[in-house]
Design a protein around this ligand. Structure first.
Ligand code: NI
Length: 256
């Protein structure tokens, strides 16, 4: 019934993994995509996916961890991504919030990660923070490398940004931030974006949705996000859940 398309199950802030899995399976979250942030977490993601049936994963290096990454590291990321339960390259992207000092390195290595996605016919999960313009420019300039699609994860942009993302053939990943009381953009984005352009995610353990904002987030909160979207769209919650599930399987083809 539900898929969490972007989670960090290795994070120590979460309760024991068996408890987390039990919690989400009991509310109908059937599959979770566990995102790697670096080479080490990518290796750990493989082990977790091999141990737990409902856990899939992304192989990739987060912009915050990309600075000292070598071509050899990226080769291993690509090798890990050939695993049967690796459904995407992720999470990858641009982050100018923490450190603006190596923007060019971020872009250069991001392009290499997009090349891996293309070579393996995989989509990607893209993190963009304080980097909207560069994100859109880079994706447009590398259109031929993104033909297998992807998701702009934790989307919190404007309607105009959403339009550009959809024009690139990508989907919007909506999570807890969409439910925040100060998320004025989301009404406009949801008025504009058709339901078939949306997938949902928790990005747990961060960004718990309202009314749990500030607490440790878990994939069990996915139904809250779906319910929020259904209410904004004035549509039946079950129908929205089914459609979003279908969208997730369309982007992340190795989930099925
Ligand atoms: Ni993330």
């Amino acid at each position: 019934m539900y898929i969490d398309t972007h989670a960090h199950l290795l994070d120590k802030k979460l309760p024991k993994i068996e408890e987390v899995i039990g919690n989400y399976l009991s509310v109908g979250v059937e599959k979770v995509i566990n995102m790697a942030c670096c080479l080490e977490t990518a290796r750990e993601c493989v082990k977790m996916a091999e141990k737990y049936e409902s856990v899939y994963f992304g192989s990739g290096i987060h912009p915050q961890d990309i600075k000292d990454v070598t071509d050899k590291d990226l080769e291993e990321i690509a090798k890990i991504a050939t695993h049967e339960k690796c459904v995407c390259i992720g999470e990858i992207g641009l982050d100018y919030y923490w450190d603006k000092s190596y923007k060019e390195i971020q872009k250069e290595k991001l392009i290499k990660e997009l090349e891996i996605a293309k070579a393996l016919k995989l989509p990607f999960s893209f993190h963009s923070r304080e980097a909207t313009l560069d994100t859109l420019t880079l994706l447009k300039d590398n259109r031929e490398k993104i033909e297998f699609g992807g998701v702009l994860h934790c989307f919190s942009g404007s309607k105009d940004t959403a339009r550009e993302v959809l024009n690139l053939g990508l989907k919007l990943g909506l999570g807890g931030t969409a439910t925040f009381k100060n998320a004025k953009y989301i009404k406009e984005v949801l008025d504009y974006a058709p339901l078939d352009s949306i997938v949902v995610e928790t990005d747990c353990p961060y960004l718990a949705p309202e009314p749990f904002r500030g607490s440790v987030n878990e994939p069990k909160n996915i139904p809250i996000i779906v319910r929020f979207i259904a209410s904004q769209k004035n549509t039946d919650e079950i129908e929205v859940a089914k459609l979003i599930y279908k969208n997730s399987c369309e982007v992340f083809k190795k989930l099925v």
